[in-house]
Design a protein around this ligand. Structure first.
Ligand SMILES: [Zn+2]
Length: 358
């Protein structure tokens, strides 16, 4: 009887899927207890808190796949931290709109203090209120996104994340933030004399921030390449990416090119079940390396857009968790190559592998 059938007889179907989803380590380490809710596999109160919050959200039926992608897009966005924080607070429902205050202060008026609309929700405050519409109208951004009707603020943000590029998503958040600030200034007695210039002012603010950020990164040598560059002669370059495309499916993609930009090999693979994003990235890397080795590649540059994973692999650092097991496997597998090097590139430079994995 196969091991899979034994597992299916012993465990419930949902538990079987979870067990099958655990990455197995090729080097067969000793069994041990690990805490896989933080990056180093060590228990901390902070990670326990995040675990409880995420489980509660999951029990309330929140779209966790979208959430994981959204938080990544939000926190990695190249915009000032105060705008990221505003976006996060709006998504988790902690902006002090009248609707929110009413949940804490019984009897508080739920209507909008600007236009007397019956229900002052975050969606109303930053998208539907006449004050917000005037800010958006002057911003020059495509009306189809901000003028649509959304059931919740989260629906709006998820759609913006899916439709817009990274920078445009940041612009979108910046204008929302400006709408919220203009609304507060109106309520607290210092209204803006010209709302129509605020959208462009917010865009100018985030673009100045990006320029400053890039200049600072150049000065400190921490700038990362945005574009794909070919490997030197004698090497090939493997670009890989992994993504969670639904509640039950992960997908990996890779492409191998030579110094003349010729594609030697490319592939994509669906995987039932999924772990978190960095684990799927590591699995995609190992899959690409296996295909490269089977294809006869011996000198290779391995490039991905997950900085955390690339840093672990460069340092051969193996945290006490699933990701650590995969790093160990990848490091072990690399002994089959003659020469190798690691490279990190921003998502724009990893476009082909990214598209294959999405
Ligand atoms: Zn209003």
């Amino acid at each position: 009887m196969s091991k899979l059938r034994v597992r299916r007889q012993i465990f419930l179907p949902c538990d079987t899927e979870l067990i099958l989803d655990i990455p197995l380590c090729m080097s067969w380490p000793m069994d041990k207890l690990i805490w896989h809710y933080n990056a180093r596999g060590l228990f901390t109160v902070r990670s326990a808190y995040h675990m409880i919050v995420s489980e509660r959200a999951s029990n309330e039926g929140s779209p966790s796949t979208h959430n994981a992608k959204l938080w990544r897009a939000l926190w990695e966005c190249n915009i000032p931290p105060r705008i990221k924080l505003f976006g996060w607070r709006a998504c988790v429902g902690s902006l002090p709109s009248s609707h929110r205050i009413l949940t804490r202060v019984p009897g508080f008026a739920m209507s909008c203090s600007v236009c007397d609309h019956a229900e002052d929700t975050p969606t109303h405050a930053v998208l539907e209120c006449p004050l917000a519409i005037e800010v958006w109208s002057g911003s020059g951004l495509d009306e189809s996104l901000w003028a649509s009707k959304y059931r919740t603020f989260m629906d709006c943000i998820v759609q913006a994340m899916q439709l817009l590029s990274e920078d445009s998503f940041g612009d979108f958040l910046a204008i929302m933030w400006e709408c919220w600030n203009a609304r507060n200034r109106f309520i607290f007695g210092t209204p803006e004399s010209n709302l129509s210039i605020l959208g462009k002012r917010a865009l100018s603010f985030v673009r100045s921030y990006r320029l400053h950020h890039e200049a600072t990164a150049l000065t400190h040598g921490t700038v990362h390449p945005f574009a794909w560059t070919p490997p030197p002669p004698g090497y090939v370059k493997l670009n890989f990416d992994g993504d969670i495309i639904s509640e039950t499916i992960a997908r990996w993609g890779f492409v191998i090119r030579d110094h003349n930009d010729n594609i030697l090999l490319a592939g994509t693979k669906h995987q039932p079940g999924h772990a978190d994003a960095s684990i799927e990235e590591a699995r995609a890397c190992l899959h690409g390396l296996t295909c490269a080795h089977n294809h006869g590649v011996r000198n290779i540059i391995i490039e991905g857009d997950c900085l955390h994973l690339i840093e672990l692999l460069k340092a051969k650092s193996t945290p006490d968790n699933f990701l650590g097991f995969l790093v160990k496997d990848i490091t072990f597998f690399l002994t089959r190559f003659d020469l190798y090097a690691w490279s990190f590139v921003k998502r724009g430079g990893n476009r082909v592998a990214h598209d294959l994995a999405h």
